[in-house]
Design a protein around this ligand. Structure first.
Ligand code: FO1
Length: 312
């Protein structure tokens, strides 16, 4: 039975998209809004690349390449190989089907449409019933300061250098002048529950919270606000979260993730493998947070929402 609550979930890329898919299984489409990080976006060969938005859209529409967690399943690479044949250093793997999404987005951007309008068009074209929203219509860019290469654009750090450089700092360029969209503001105001997916706190969630006014919107909500830890047993479920935590001088633990959220949340979900973890600030529950199958995703979504329902 569908759970009748209005939920806003804040997500980054692959891990966030998985929880969004689980929530899509258990909520009525009109009751789910997915607010997505856009600070991983960049311009490449003139195209606006929106990795987290596209990962969410492809995941929710069943198009995603599940072996990577991003890109389109069974995509070809003729464009990339042609670029390489012309001497280009094509380090960012944009598949041919994925390119179609980028050409449409470029066309709509050229016509002056906002990113919110473009994402709505794409979601409709992919028959996605839930609402997917970029955190802002303004461009925000994560910049990664590294020991080896100085400051890098996010995708250079993440893809070109495979997140191997040592990170000494992060900044979210333009976040202080970017604002939440009216659609995001409205969705947060209307929500019964706010969720923070098991996405990387520093790379995916922090840029969302850095958008001017976003933190205040969330702090002002007097509803359940629950984050799920992306760190399990000292390791990241996927990607650089644990390595990054160490490099920034933090402990790679669910306890530290809960501290990162602080007053933003009032409930915290961590994995059963960390059953000894200590939390002094929030209500908390240990659940199996591994999302290998679609059934796992729906189970984690259901158990999290049922736990929240038990608060009242
Ligand atoms: N991630 C990679 O590790 N290598 C790639 O070549 C790559 C290409 C790519 C193309 C389109 C897209 O939407 C995502 C892509 N990603 C790639 C994933 C993405 O850059 C990262 O997973 C996120 O930015 C981190 O959330």
């Amino acid at each position: 039975m569908a759970i009748d609550k209005k939920v806003v979930v804040f997500v980054g890329g692959v891990g966030g998209a998985k929880l969004a898919l689980g929530l899509q299984h258990v909520l009525l489409p009109q009751n789910l809004t997915v607010v997505v990080n856009i600070a991983d976006d960049f311009f490449h060969y003139g195209l606006r690349i929106c990795p987290d938005i596209d990962t969410v859209l492809y995941t929710l529409s069943g198009r995603v390449d599940t072996s990577n967690g991003w890109g389109v399943a069974n995509d070809s690479t003729i464009m990339l190989e042609t670029l390489r044949g012309l001497g280009a250093d094509a380090w960012f793997r944009l598949g041919d089907k994925d390119l179609a999404t980028h050409l449409l987005r470029l066309n709509w951007l050229t016509q002056g449409k906002t990113l919110t309008q473009i994402v709505q068009h794409l979601a409709q074209a992919m028959s996605i019933g839930v609402t997917v929203l970029p955190m802002s219509n303004q461009f925000v860019e994560t910049k990664v300061q590294t020991k080896e290469h100085g400051e890098l654009d996010f995708q250079e750090y993440f893809v070109r250098y495979r997140w191997q450089p040592t990170v000494t700092g992060l900044r979210y360029e333009n976040a202080e002048i970017a604002t939440p969209t009216p659609e995001v503001t409205h969705a947060i105001a209307e929500a019964d529950i706010l969720l923070f997916a098991p996405s990387n706190p520093w790379l995916s969630i922090a840029p969302i919270l850095a958008v001017n006014g976003m933190r205040q919107l969330i702090l002002a909500k007097d509803t359940p606000k629950v984050a799920i830890s992306p760190i399990v047993d000292g390791k990241a479920i996927k990607g650089p979260a644990a390595k990054l935590a160490h490099e920034l001088g933090y402990e790679a633990s669910p306890t530290h993730v809960a501290q990162f959220y602080g007053k933003i949340i009032n409930g915290f979900v961590y994995d059963t493998q960390d059953s000894g973890a200590m939390f002094d600030q929030h209500r908390h529950i240990a659940l199996d947070t591994m999302m290998h199958t679609d059934a796992d995703k729906a189970r984690l979504a259901t158990q999290t929402l049922e736990w929240i329902a038990s608060w009242s």
